[in-house]
Design a protein around this ligand. Structure first.
Ligand SMILES: *Cc1c(COP(=O)(O)O)cnc(C)c1O
Length: 401
């Protein structure tokens, strides 16, 4: 009798009770707009910004409508203009090239390594083609940030970090999002805090934050922020920055604040689950797991594995056999974009150049979400199923070489 997994790969945990009561409170008083404040009231959004800035050790924080909005605002605020090139790693999700295209700029994709991080040699080679790098810590894999920052300093490249999968992660003790000039986070349901949709942007640069606040649609109400620079930083920018409304509201912030208080513990729970999957899959013939560097404190909210140089039909067979036993894997090498697994060559508006190394990595890349509704036993079972199904297909794949 082969085991079947019955859990849902898309079911996150409920909102904590204190988040629910805080949200009810906001609905009861009715002041959902961030600038609609009662006498002496700071507002849930301003408090969230202050608390998140404290969490990552940033001078300033702005809460917005999505991670994609945060990235587009960051690109505008650092001065990216229509027609500029913006470097980004090719292994990422559609909102990243979308944010670049949204400001009229052109993505210049950099190769990915077999460890799923940006290829730093290819970055150095392409550094002259842009002034900004939008670095996506895709699926929580953090590259050697010391070397990356050194390359970018030498090439005079401004770094914006997409931390959609690294909220709560660190590289050598520095929070993800704090190496570059701006860090962007998402609070969309499948990320590390859940407000349905939402985003956060952090920086230590007063002028960039002043521009981002104006862009988000603060009118002349920026004095109501608690994690923004003083009025002097707004003097120059307030007349020349367009309003592109993308504010977060008090309802979402109310739901997020209790989650932030619990974020470190939640990150540990994700990584506990990741380690069980990793232990269960390590040493499976034909399958490569990604060994995580010592300096990286990652958040294991998803799991990736490689079937290196496998024939496409064999990878497809593994995905189908796992699905039949309740284990939902996404294949980044599929010829057509499916669900969230689109690839760089399907973003045709970006006129992507061929990236042979990335093609080779993605061709064997399987991806799995790890929601916290999974127990450690669930993760052990999932690993057993994948191991069995990979082993069942592998000899055939080897013979086909
Ligand atoms: C989810 C995600 C984002 C931002 O997403 P929004 O849905 O706009 O909040 C950015 N980058 C990556 C890699 C993502 O997965």
């Amino acid at each position: 009798m082969s085991e079947i997994f019955k859990g849902s790969f898309t079911q996150q945990e409920p909102i904590p009770e204190d988040g629910i009561s805080a949200a009810l409170e906001v609905m009861r008083h009715g002041r959902l707009h961030r600038y609609n404040l009662g006498p002496g009231e700071a507002g849930e959004v301003a408090l969230l910004e202050q608390e998140f800035a404290g969490f990552v050790g940033a001078a300033y924080c702005l809460a917005v409508t999505s991670g994609g909005y945060a990235m587009a605002a960051a690109l505008r605020a650092v001065g990216v203009r229509s027609g500029d090139g913006v470097l980004s790693n090719a292994f990422t999700l559609a909102p990243v090239p979308g944010a670049i295209a949204g400001v009229g700029a052109e993505p210049v994709f950099v190769e990915v390594t077999g460890d799923l991080t940006i290829d730093l040699d290819d970055l150095a080679a392409k550094a002259g083609r842009a002034r900004v790098l939008l670095l996506s810590h895709m699926r929580g894999h953090v590259c050697d940030m010391d070397r990356l920052m050194e390359i970018c300093r030498r090439a005079d490249l401004t770094v914006i970090e997409d931390c959609a999968h690294t909220m709560g992660a660190y590289w050598r003790g520095v929070p993800s999002g704090r190496h570059g000039l701006v860090g962007c986070y998402s609070t969309q349901t499948y990320k590390h805090m859940n407000s349905g949709e939402g985003g956060l942007l952090v920086t230590d640069d007063p002028e960039i934050m002043a521009r981002a606040v104006m862009l988000s649609g603060s009118y002349m109400l920026y004095g109501r922020h608690l994690a923004a620079p003083g009025a002097e930083a707004f003097e120059a920018v307030r007349y020349e920055t367009p309003n592109m409304s993308g504010r977060m509201d008090n309802l979402r912030a109310a739901v997020l604040r209790p989650q932030l208080r619990d974020l470190n513990r939640q990150c540990d729970r994700w990584t506990e689950r990741y380690r069980v999957l990793e232990a269960g899959l390590r040493g499976t013939p034909g399958l490569r797991i990604i060994e995580r560097p010592e300096a990286e404190r990652f958040v294991g909210s998803s799991f990736q594995m490689l079937l290196p140089d496998w024939d496409g039909a064999a990878v497809d067979a593994v995905v189908a056999r796992c699905a039949a036993r309740g284990v939902e894997l996404k294949w980044f090498g599929a010829p057509e974009p499916v669900a969230f697994t689109s690839r760089y060559d399907s973003w045709r508006y970006a006129l992507p150049e061929p990236l042979p190394q990335t093609d080779r990595v993605l061709a064997g890349l399987l991806d799995m979400r790890v929601p916290l509704t999974f127990s450690l036993e669930d993760c052990a079972l999932i690993a057993r199923i994948i191991r069995a199904e990979v082993s069942a297909v592998y000899p055939g794949a080897a013979a086909a070489e």
